[in-house]
Design a protein around this ligand. Structure first.
Ligand SMILES: *[C@@H]1O[C@H](CO)[C@@H](O)[C@H](O)[C@H]1NC(C)=O
Length: 303
């Protein structure tokens, strides 16, 4: 087989969301606003939880970490996309592209594991309430957070090692608004079939394990809630619906992008926008609007 050096490619051309100038101007305004709301919303939650002593519980520490990861995740792709709306020819350097892939999967993988940690926390709180403070100790909490970052890192670096060494030679055009693995490996001049399976297995196994763990936790939670306490049930259920909504919104697009890729461009782009821009915004929205304790904390802050 011929060996071709990847250094031949120094940048990729990205096509962006659409061609028309009017639409791009419209998106520029929309996405800038959404991004600012995401940033401020998530920072606000982190600050609120850190400063309010009433919220110093494992559940809110994990939520603060989730907001922090969301803040990072949205900053991987959105600012570049917004700046690109102003440019006619949109490019991304090879290094920039690899960074987007690395950090996207680092924070994305971390967020998945963190969602599992949050579900576990709720599982212990609802199904084993008497042991809650023993099980969810400070150590456990820090351990769960560390595990999220570690697993995110290992997941991301293991894929990056493969992709960085791919030979790129032909086309340099990515039909999206950011670099992601499925698009980039299509440009490699190799038979990508095995590679695609390998990479999808990497993302797929992590996502599938997290998803099964989440299903198991929520199944236990819901059956416990339904079988036992009738009075505590509605409160537990409202926290859990917030969690479950976030989980569905996070995993839904993931499954379509990595496990079951549809090859209709606008569907892919729509999912990518959803995944990169909307999900990080929805987490703070869902938690702040649905959670009484957060609302009370906000009122306390006003006084
Ligand atoms: C993340 O969780 C840890 C462990 O509970 C906590 O000490 C820390 O403050 C949290 N980080 C953020 C950014 O909220």
């Amino acid at each position: 087989m011929e060996k071709i050096n990847h250094s031949e490619i120094s940048e990729f051309i990205i096509l962006g969301l659409c061609d028309s100038w009017e639409l791009q101007a419209f998106f520029l305004v929309i996405f800038t606003s959404l991004y600012l709301i995401t940033i401020f919303g998530n920072i606000f939650i982190v600050v609120l939880i850190i400063t309010d002593l009433h919220l110093h519980t494992p559940m809110y520490f994990l939520l603060a970490n989730l907001s922090f990861i969301d803040f990072c995740l949205s900053s991987v792709t959105t600012p570049k996309m917004i700046i690109d709306f102003l440019k006619e020819i949109k490019t991304i350097s090879f290094g920039g592209c690899m960074c987007q892939i690395f950090f996207g999967h680092f924070f994305g993988g971390g967020e998945m594991v963190l969602l599992v940690s949050m579900a576990y926390d709720r599982y212990v709180a609802i199904c084993k309430p008497l042991h809650y403070s023993n099980i969810m100790s400070r150590h456990m909490c820090i351990g769960l957070v560390m595990a999220s970052w570690m697993i995110g890192f290992v997941h991301s670096i293991s894929q990056l090692v493969i992709i960085v060494n791919l030979p790129f030679c032909g086309s340099r055009v990515l039909d999206s608004f950011f670099c992601d693995i499925p698009l980039v490996i299509k440009l490699a001049c190799l038979d990508i079939y095995v590679l695609e399976i390998l990479i999808n297995a990497d993302s797929g196994v992590l996502a599938a394990i997290c998803f099964v763990l989440l299903l198991v936790s929520y199944f236990h939670i819901l059956t416990t809630v339904c079988l036992h306490s009738k009075d505590g049930a509605s409160k537990a259920l409202s926290t859990c619906t917030a969690h479950i909504t976030v989980v569905v919104l996070f995993f839904g697009p993931c499954i379509f992008i990595y496990l079951w890729p549809v090859s209709i461009t606008w569907v892919d782009k729509f999912l990518a926008v959803f995944y990169a821009v909307i999900t990080p915004l929805l987490n703070p929205a869902i938690y702040t609007l649905r959670n009484k304790e957060i609302k009370t904390a906000m009122k306390r802050l006003q006084c």
